[in-house]
Design a protein around this ligand. Structure first.
Ligand code: ZN
Length: 87
């Protein structure tokens, strides 16, 4: 869901709301640019993504790995249930 929002906001150039952290503290925000970075990564523009936020490509990779792990766990669980039903 987050990846879809990030990609859409990057492609459609949605306005980014003002960062509350930076507004309140005046300090650079550690998360600002992450959504745009993820969107650029999903758009295949890794160099642009790294300029927005260095962790954007890592967030995309982690999400993809997480999805694969969840699919493998689900498949193993269903296989286990099928074997129990056969016995
Ligand atoms: Zn921020």
């Amino acid at each position: 869901m987050y990846l879809g929002y990030a990609y859409a906001s990057y492609r459609l150039h949605w306005d980014i709301p003002v960062c509350v952290f930076r507004l309140v503290t005046g300090l650079p925000c550690p998360l600002c640019g992450l959504t745009r970075s993820v969107g650029a990564t999903l758009g295949g523009q890794i160099t642009v993504a790294m300029r927005f936020h260095i962790l954007g490509p890592a967030v995309v990779l982690a999400n993809c790995c997480g999805a694969v792990v969840l699919l493998l766990k689900r498949q193993a669980h269903e296989t286990n249930l099928n074997q129990q039903n056969l016995n």
